[in-house]
Design a protein around this ligand. Structure first.
Ligand code: HEM
Length: 450
């Protein structure tokens, strides 16, 4: 963003190890390139570290723009497009309520509970697998495999991305630490991509498999989905739950840092829902402030600040600038979502920017579209992401008052508001106290889970 201001350009070009990089810094340029010229900009760069060495080539997000991707995306869209994703709302509601119960038991482990909640949801919807705890084998393994994306997913972090021949040097070679790291991550990625499918198929054979995306795919395509079909489903389990985890933590952090916003959310929930029952999807129209909080969290601390890198397949010219074919194209979502012309005073957490003066959702306010990217490779799970985020945030804010935590000596624990940096960014660990907003809430939570 600093470079875009310094050079007064919404398109930047630089080279790293002789490789061309183009950075898109504005919504208008993103639409021009990713939407208007989408077939030219829908490819993905070859990332030897992530794809070849860490074994992530099967994830839709990193697939080149070819027939395999087209089939994977088609199958994925069939199950996750807006019209289809509504069928996961019961699971999403249950995920939110279980999260409330976990927090009620122990709010110190907020980060772990929240992460587990999304892991459970994804495993359930995708494979029909019921995950019980954070020690579950699928969750533990996925965390290890997913760490590879955070560590390696930005092209150029590892030298092997710039000098692909390095991928052939053996592990024992001096300086080849990356090979040892990659082996561990690759083993985890292999288990992550295969084990749940094998286990779900076994449950189906025994007639014990609940409905799931995998089950419908198997029913539609026969007993052995081709790798493409399997990969299409698996991609949902990838970064999806990590980004939802990050965004939910951002909302909680924002409630801690900006108590006036929290008070307005509570007032809306009390007015539209009352404290006698849980909010549900039927309340969406009467909870615009909650919806605006979700949008603002996606804008204020967007979880994928540089989205997922693209590659332009042929040379191109944009506004007189020459873009060499094969350049890696970086969508600087962060800069777009901090553009003061679209979002005045961008550092301020302000759900109001999405609302009319009378408190309705403003159809003319710029949406945080950049959080999900643009064009053919834009997030394929946006509908499920927004639904899940909404019900989790509505439920959390309905049930709990997010307060500052105190240490053993009674001193308030400082909250820095810092974030980790990687492909997916998360709030750095912070402590807070989540207290039920009324006495009846613990009983309501326990009754709702049966
Ligand atoms: C807060 C939640 C989420 C955010 C902010 C988000 C954001 C993104 C972004 C920025 C991309 C990269 C787009 C590009 O390459 O230009 C992406 C890709 C993708 N997302 Fe999401 N995502 C979220 C949740 C989900 C969920 C819940 C699912 C699945 C149910 C999902 C499925 C996918 C898939 C399959 C792709 C790859 C698309 C392709 O390359 O064709 N995402 N997402």
């Amino acid at each position: 963003m600093r470079w875009s201001r310094e050079y007064n350009s919404d398109l930047l070009y630089y080279e790293s190890w002789g490789k061309p990089f183009v950075v898109i810094n504005s919504d208008r340029t993103a639409i021009d390139l990713f939407e208007r010229k989408s077939s030219l900009y829908a490819d993905k760069p070859r990332m030897p570290m992530l794809n070849d060495l860490c074994g992530w080539a099967w994830d839709i997000s990193f697939m080149p723009y070819d027939d395999t991707w087209k089939l994977a995306r088609k199958l994925f869209t069939r199950h996750y497009r807006a019209g289809a994703a509504v069928r996961y709302r019961d699971e999403e509601t249950r995920c939110a309520r279980e999260l409330l119960a976990d927090i009620l038991q122990n709010d110190v482990q907020l980060f772990e509970h929240t992460r587990l909640a999304f892991g459970k949801l994804i495993m359930n919807v995708t494979y029909g697998i019921d995950v019980k705890s954070a020690d579950d084998k699928y969750i533990k393994n996925a965390q290890k495999a997913l760490y590879a994306i955070t560590a390696t997913g930005n092209v150029g972090t590892y030298l092997v991305d710039s000098i692909p021949l390095l991928k052939y040097i053996p592990e024992w070679f001096p300086g080849a630490k990356f090979q040892r790291e990659a082996r561990e991550w690759r083993e985890a990625a292999e288990v992550m991509s295969q084990q749940p499918i094998e286990d779900a198929k076994e449950a189906m054979a025994e007639g014990k498999a609940p409905p799931s995306v995998l089950r419908s795919l198997l029913e539609d395509y026969g007993e052995n989905p081709s790798p493409q079909e399997a990969y299409a489903i698996l991609s949902a389990t990838g970064t999806a739950y990590e980004v939802m985890w990050s965004t939910t933590l951002t909302v909680i952090l924002a409630m801690l840092l900006f108590p006036d916003i929290k008070a307005k959310a509570h007032a809306e929930l009390d007015r539209a829902v009352s404290r006698e029952r849980f909010p549900d999807f039927g309340d969406q129209a009467s909870l615009p402030y909650i919806t605006a909080i979700c949008k603002e969290a996606l804008r204020w601390r967007t979880p994928l600040p540089l989205a997922v890198m693209h590659r332009v397949t042929q040379e191109d010219t944009h506004n007189g600038y020459h873009i060499p074919g094969g350049s890696t194209v970086v969508l600087n979502s962060w800069a777009i979502l901090y553009d003061p012309k679209q979002y005045p005073d961008p550092e301020r957490f302000s759900p109001e920017r999405f609302l009319t003066p009378s408190g309705e959702l403003n159809p003319d306010a710029p949406e945080p579209t950049a959080a999900f990217s643009y064009g053919r490779r834009a997030c394929a799970g946006t509908a499920m992401a927004l639904d899940t985020l909404w019900i989790v945030v509505a439920s959390l804010l309905w049930a709990f008052d997010v307060q500052r935590a105190f240490d053993e000596s009674g001193n308030e624990i400082d909250v820095t508001g810092e974030y980790t940096f990687g492909v997916v960014c998360y709030p750095a660990p912070f402590r807070c106290a989540l207290r039920p907003r009324s006495e009846n809430i613990p009983a309501l939570i326990s009754v709702s889970l049966g």
